[in-house]
Write a protein that binds this ligand. Structure first.
Ligand SMILES: [Zn+2]
Length: 429
């Protein structure tokens, strides 16, 4: 088993030859104190938010839990209050829409150094399964300088492999032609788009072999590994990242046992989303992120809204770099039904992609004078309404003694395939 290349990368940053917990944690503590000091001194938000915080009192990583949280709504309310550098030192501003009812978008700022660190992480992270002989197709937005696809392309170029910048996959005939024409051996994609491509190729009997597929930017459905293996003979490498983590966050190794965290730049915690207290290793809760090296916009105890589980046990690959064992999707992406039931995009993802006929899906909860309906549009070949209805029913959590909700399954192409939305939601109308 090859150890994750992130091990040597993180060890080099922390001043050792092999990543060891003591060295990583000493480095993280020193960076944490530096980040808190600088954020409080240079940014308006943390100056207010940390009025009672003394950085010198943070003498262990456990003391992190004494600091107040930063919420997505804090960023949306006053993004410029987070800036800790002069605006002329900002090289990229990303606007991220929020799921809240205010509709006010978040703005996230990066300096050239911040972007360089992400390129460096992508370079080492992608070397887990990519070598100079490979041709990598990037199915992520990459037209704008500093976008996720652009930074990934820069990291891959350092690895010496050939890069095919493509962008979100929405025209499947074109994507298939590109895979074959360019001789693509590694695909980086958005989960539902890559899976939809895989299923279409399988159904049409189009053969194309790739050795690795990296999925990121949204929930990775449970059947994803078997789908990419069946379609392309590829191994699945999940990646977790969000704009707020500087796109890169954690990536799987060859042990396929979770994603090694970008520990030189990020500190991950898991908290109970209700009591807001830290949870132990192996417990599932909300992922909270602290940046350790971010120049333009440091974030301290930022609540991601993602449900996840972390382990500090040594990986089967031999590395002690902590792992995100699994990311279970967004806590608030589900919809509570009036009948008492609950439905989430990740529940539907797991249930529907397990059916080999499914090519794409989208869902909405609709309210009419007749009552409430869960309307699921499924593109499937063949379209077997009864079987797909059963799959949707398995995804809906219904409390005992509650009446089952009305579910309507119709045939059609999912709207995310035409809009290119990265994170899918269930519409309520
Ligand atoms: Zn590993």
């Amino acid at each position: 088993m090859t150890i994750t290349p992130l091990d040597r990368h993180i060890a080099a940053v922390t001043g050792t030859t092999r990543a060891e917990r003591d060295a990583i944690e000493a480095y993280q503590l020193s960076r944490l104190r530096g980040t808190v000091t600088r954020a409080k001194r240079s940014g308006r938000f943390y100056r207010r938010h940390f009025t009672d915080v003394d950085p010198a009192a943070i003498d262990s990583l456990e003391k992190l839990s004494l600091l107040p949280f930063t919420l997505p709504s804090d960023i949306a309310a006053a993004p410029y209050d987070f800036l800790c550098v002069s605006p002329r030192d900002v090289s990229r501003i990303v606007t991220v829409s929020t799921s809240g009812t205010t509709g006010r978008p978040k703005r996230v700022f990066f300096s050239p150094e911040d972007q360089e660190r992400t390129v460096d992480f992508f370079h080492h992270g992608m070397s887990t399964f990519t070598s100079p002989e490979d041709t990598v197709m990037i199915g992520m937005p990459g037209k704008t300088p500093g976008s996720v696809g652009d930074l990934l392309a820069q990291g891959l170029s350092r690895l010496g492999c050939r890069v095919v910048p493509y962008g979100p996959i929405m025209d499947f005939d074109d994507a298939i032609a590109t895979l074959r024409r360019e001789g693509v051996t590694v695909l980086v994609g958005i989960p539902c788009q890559a899976l939809s491509l895989a299923r279409r190729m399988m159904q049409r009997g189009i053969r194309h072999t790739m050795h690795s597929v990296l999925l990121s930017a949204d929930y990775i459905p449970a059947p994803a590994a078997s789908i990419v293996h069946e379609a392309w003979g590829a191994g699945l490498y999940p990646h977790f990242g969000m704009t707020e983590t500087g796109y890169g966050g954690a990536v799987a190794c060859r042990a396929h046992a979770g994603m090694h965290i970008r520990e030189a730049d990020l500190l991950f915690e898991i908290i109970d989303p209700l009591s807001q207290t830290p949870l132990k290793d192996g417990e599932t809760g909300e992922l909270v992120v602290t940046t350790l090296t971010r120049k333009a916009m440091p974030l301290i105890r930022y609540r991601t809204g993602d449900l996840a589980r972390i382990t500090s046990q040594t990986c089967p690959c031999g590395s002690m770099v902590r792992r995100l064992e699994r990311v279970f999707g967004r806590i608030h992406s589900g919809v509570s039904l009036r009948s008492g039931g609950h439905v989430s995009p990740h529940g539907l993802d797991d249930a529907l992609w397990a059916d080999p006929s499914v090519l794409s899906w989208s869902a909405a909860v609709e309210h009419t004078p007749e009552g409430e309906s869960l309307c699921v549009t499924v593109e499937a070949e063949p379209f077997d309404e009864v079987r797909l209805l059963d799959a949707v029913k398995r995804a809906v959590v219904i409390p005992q003694d509650s009446p089952p909700p009305r579910i309507v399954v119709t045939h059609g192409r999912a709207d995310f395939l035409t809009t290119g939305t990265l994170k899918r939601t269930i519409a309520v109308r």
